[in-house]
Write a protein that binds this ligand. Structure first.
Ligand SMILES: Nc1ncnc2c1ncn2[C@@H]1O[C@H](COP(=O)(O)OP(=O)(O)OP(=O)(O)O)[C@@H](O)[C@H]1O
Ligand SMILES: [Mg+2]
Length: 367
């Protein structure tokens, strides 16, 4: 038997967040296994993203170029994940008429139900399920719409960098691709052992991306994305709350947030610690309330199920005590995710593993 030489495609993948731009160079093997060669994180220039579009292509590309040089990126093929704001997603039930052109039916449904300019938007859809309602056959369809001009601003970035654009994706898609793989969690330390609640079905789970300006809620059933919503609050709102209460600068407030988190010592709590705790709790409570509303909406209005577990990703998920807090609020197990626990992903030794969990979305689109 002749074995063919191992063919590997190199890719650079860029995830543009409000705070950080994550850049990863990967090799994709023939069975879709991923090798993370290198990565870097750049600071997003302040004010360079407005309403989901890149407003200042030059300053963003300059930051990316610096990091690409530092990590010595060789490949030209590039994928990019856009910022989460200004992406519309909805679920519709459409009559299933054999022989009909589904894309036309989807467009008709959208134009009747969504207040958007159809020509200005890029519309994508996916059939989730075929079902019966009142005796007639329906298709459950997941639709996303993004302004073409926003997509173009991301293509401009890749072109300005001298890269070859392969795709522009929305965060929900990259998250969904990522969580399509087997995730290994250590069952010994799961929440059920700790807290003995009845076991919910875990086929329906949420992936929540705690970003700096946004919190993105994704719900997957049987590993298929069925719900997505971007909450316009994030970890930077905590910095602002602390800054306002303690009259401190934002970067000092951010530092205090990272040090203290949501964990209060049992004794000798200083007044400052108490204030910081209340500020963090205020923002997280507000976000948790909106997450709860998403779960309810998904269950009641999107023909969904109860969410049986939650994965947390994004820089804001590193907040101390967040996991326990969310487990108490939602009474389901909550797992932080690291790239190390995903099947088929290998990582170049010597890379800083602490920072790897920022990369879920940028790695997700390469899959
Ligand atoms: N240890 C930590 N504790 C609490 N918060 C943290 C910690 N480390 C990072 N963060 C917060 O994570 C945020 C950055 O995360 P991330 O890079 O995922 O955001 P982003 O993708 O740029 O934002 P967005 O997704 O909203 O566009 C910052 O607000 C930062 O303060
Ligand atoms: Mg992000």
């Amino acid at each position: 038997m002749v074995t063919l030489p191992f063919i590997k495609n190199s890719l650079i993948s860029i995830d543009i967040g409000f705070r950080n731009i994550k850049i990863v160079e990967v090799e994709v093997g023939k069975n879709n296994e991923i090798f993370i060669k290198n990565f870097g994180i750049a600071s997003t220039p302040k004010g360079s993203i407005k309403n989901g579009a890149i407003k200042d292509v030059k300053s963003v590309t300059n930051e990316i170029k610096k990091v690409m040089n530092e990590i010595n990126v060789k490949t030209k093929n590039a994928k990019i994940v856009m910022s989460g704001t200004n992406i519309i997603s909805r679920i519709f039930l459409i009559d299933h008429i054999p022989g009909q052109d589904l894309s036309v039916a989807v467009r008709n449904t959208i134009s009747q139900n969504m207040p958007i300019d159809m020509d200005a938007h890029q519309i994508d859809y996916k059939v989730l399920q075929e079902l019966k309602e009142n005796g007639s056959s329906k298709l459950k369809v997941f639709v996303t719409a993004v302004l073409k001009s926003i997509i173009q601003s991301y293509i401009d970035i890749l072109i300005e960098l001298g890269l070859k654009p392969i795709s522009v994706d929305i965060p929900a898609n990259s998250t969904a691709k990522f969580f399509n793989r087997d995730i290994m969690v250590n069952e010994n330390e799961t929440w059920f052992k700790k807290k003995k609640y009845s076991k919910l079905s875990q086929n329906t789970f949420a992936v929540i991306d705690f970003g700096s300006e946004t919190t993105i809620v994704n719900i997957l059933r049987d590993r298929v994305l069925e719900f997505n919503k971007v909450i316009l609050r994030g970890s930077s709102n905590i910095d602002e709350a602390i800054a306002a209460k303690l009259y401190k600068k934002l970067d000092e407030s951010e530092r205090l947030k990272k040090i203290h988190g949501m964990e209060l010592p049992e004794t000798n709590v200083s007044e400052e610690q108490e204030i910081i705790y209340q500020c963090i709790k205020g923002v997280i409570d507000d976000i948790a309330k909106q997450i709860y509303q998403c779960f309810e909406f998904y269950e009641k209005r999107c023909y969904g199920d109860k969410v049986g577990k939650i994965y947390i990703i994004g820089g804001g998920s590193l907040l101390k005590g967040l996991r326990d807090y969310l487990e108490d609020v939602f009474t389901v197990p909550v797992y932080p995710v690291s790239l190390l626990s995903i099947e088929g992903i290998e990582i170049n030794q010597g890379l800083d593993s602490e920072r790897l969990n920022y990369l879920i979305n940028s790695v997700g689109i390469t899959l």
